[in-house]
Design a protein around this ligand. Sequence first.
Ligand code: TIU
Length: 223
Amino acid sequence: MTVTIDAQPGPFTFEPSKTALIVIDMQRDFIEPGGFGESLGNDVSLLAEIVPTVAALIDHARRSGWLVVHTRESHAADLSDCPPAKRLRGAPNARIGDDGPMGRILIRGEPGNAIVDALEPAAGEIVIDKPGKGAFYATHLGSELAERQITHLVFAGVTTEVCVQTSMREANDRGYDCLLIEDATASYFPAFRQATLDMVRSQGGIVGWTAPLSALTQSRAQA
Ligand code: TIU
């Protein structure tokens, strides 16, 4: 059974049993005040707006029998997986590992590092802790997907031009067909979100496809 949906730059066809939803970094550290996103000087309210759409997408994936994967950008408490170049970059008001209102910034297990309550992973879903912007770098994501013979990836999450785009490019280079759900991704910079959607699907889909959630929910399977 395959499903074909209206996407850009053209139809996106996939087999649900070989498809995974990859929800990137829908964490309090990026979405709520007092976390990593705000420490970098960003207005985090723009990101919270997509939570209901991401919840609907996760619900669609679960009902459609896709593998569901959640990622968290996070570091070990001793920062052994955080390159000094990452920690020292820029002039944030608090650096990775510093104390903040939601615990230590971007540290695994701290309250701020959790996925937001509305999108809590279900039992049996895969949760990937990633020290980089890409979901494949220094993680077991590639082996989890290979074990299950996954060929198609549907992406959502934050931020569009940083961790979502980096992960999509890593996936594209590994041979996956990738679809980004337009209204289930957000950036602190709306123009960067739009530019990312445009560049992903340019040149005949150089990185992948994009479509709104409605294109998925209105799709029909073919035998
Ligand atoms: N700063 C920013 O836009 N994003 C990140 O640091 N990480 C993710 O995108 N998850």
